[in-house]
Design a protein around this ligand. Structure first.
Ligand SMILES: C[S@@+](CC[C@H](N)C(=O)[O-])C[C@H]1O[C@@H](n2cnc3c(N)ncnc32)[C@H](O)[C@@H]1O
Length: 315
């Protein structure tokens, strides 16, 4: 039984919600997570404009790309990752630059660059991306493994899969097998993987700066997302080799889609939580009432909102 906490909003919740067009319940739910910091979170979300690019090191070095874009009038700033930059000034749309068309970079928030780093993929491994389109993280995995890993990317959406194909082609990657399918049905293919990324379909509270429709998520949507996420978690477990690694990520703050799902994976699927945070230069926040899982909040990490956990299937 999936239970979504749906608190009674306070007067402060109503006031903050109506000022920025959120449902009062969403504000009340965030207050439950971070107390009065909710005001800072909402204000940071309303102001968030940061843009990042991940350099496609399969095609160009970070140094060369920075020089080329700066000659065009873009201004780039280094991040903790030598192949990701923040774009501080754009004389025109980044996506219409020659360098973008040539596949030299992918526009991606810093929070989305994290999951493939947690997966730590190796060139000899087989890797499944279970909700892959439009391919931001799959193509990053291909890049880390220098185009040598066996990568399978699955997504249910025809439209998003079309964007994924165009991204994969643009970035010049050939070692990704793309399958448009319902991830819940792929266990029957009978293949097993060393690692799985489940960047789960979620309510998207963390991407409100890019999608204002997420300010008014309904209770039913939370319930249906959690149901789907648990089905996909079961598939991830089934399809992993013993000892295999699962990275679970979302772009939402909702604890039912995050910590509660990790509890489900530990208690019902018997998976083991790998609780060390391995990325030295990016400090996430702790989970909500749970250790060893990680959150990015817009007002704290200064990125879009995200959740991360790493699990291992027992030998
Ligand atoms: C958060 S997005 C993935 C973003 C992607 N990982 C990236 O970095 O570009 C979640 C994806 O899950 C897909 N999805 C939803 N239901 C699915 C299902 N039953 N099986 C596979 N994919 C599904 C959606 O189409 C959506 O593309």
């Amino acid at each position: 039984m999936i239970k979504i906490i749906w608190p009674n909003p306070s007067k402060e919740d109503y006031d903050l919600a109506s000022k920025y067009g959120y449902t009062p319940q969403l504000i009340a739910r965030w207050r439950m997570l971070i107390g009065d910091e909710v005001k800072d979170l909402v204000e940071a979300i309303e102001k968030y404009r940061r843009v990042f690019i991940r350099v496609n090191t399969l095609k160009i070095s970070p140094k060369k790309l920075k020089r080329r874009l700066e000659e065009e009038g873009f201004l780039l700033r280094e991040t903790f990752l030598e192949y990701a930059f923040e774009v501080l000034r754009s004389p025109y749309a980044l996506s219409s630059s020659k360098e973008h068309l040539l596949g030299y970079f992918y526009i991606q928030d810093l929070s989305s660059i994290i999951p493939p780093l947690l997966l730590d993929p190796k060139p000899h491994e087989s890797i499944l991306d279970l909700a892959a389109a439009p391919g931001g993280k799959t193509t990053h995995i291909a890049q880390i493994t220098e185009g040598k890993a066996k990568i399978v990317a699955v997504d249910i959406s025809r439209k998003r899969m079309a964007s994924m194909r165009s991204n994969v082609n643009r970035l010049g990657i050939s070692n990704i097998i793309m399958i448009r399918a319902d991830g819940r049905k792929i266990v029957s293919y009978g293949v097993k993987f060393d690692k799985v990324l489940l960047d789960a379909p979620c309510t998207g509270e963390g991407v409100i700066p890019r999608d204002h429709s997420r300010k008014t998520i309904r209770l039913k949507e939370y319930e249906s997302r959690v149901r789907l996420q648990r089905d996909l978690l079961r598939v991830a477990y089934e399809i992993l080799k013993p000892g295999g690694l699962l990275v679970y990520s979302t772009c939402t703050y909702s604890p039912e889609e995050n910590e509660e799902n990790i509890k489900f994976a530990i208690e019902e699927l018997n998976m083991e939580l790998m609780d060390d945070w391995p990325i030295y230069d990016f400090r996430p926040s702790n989970g909500y009432n749970m250790k060893g899982v990680w959150r990015a909040y817009t007002h704290r990490q200064n990125t879009l909102g995200a959740f991360y956990a790493v699990l291992r299937k027992p030998e």
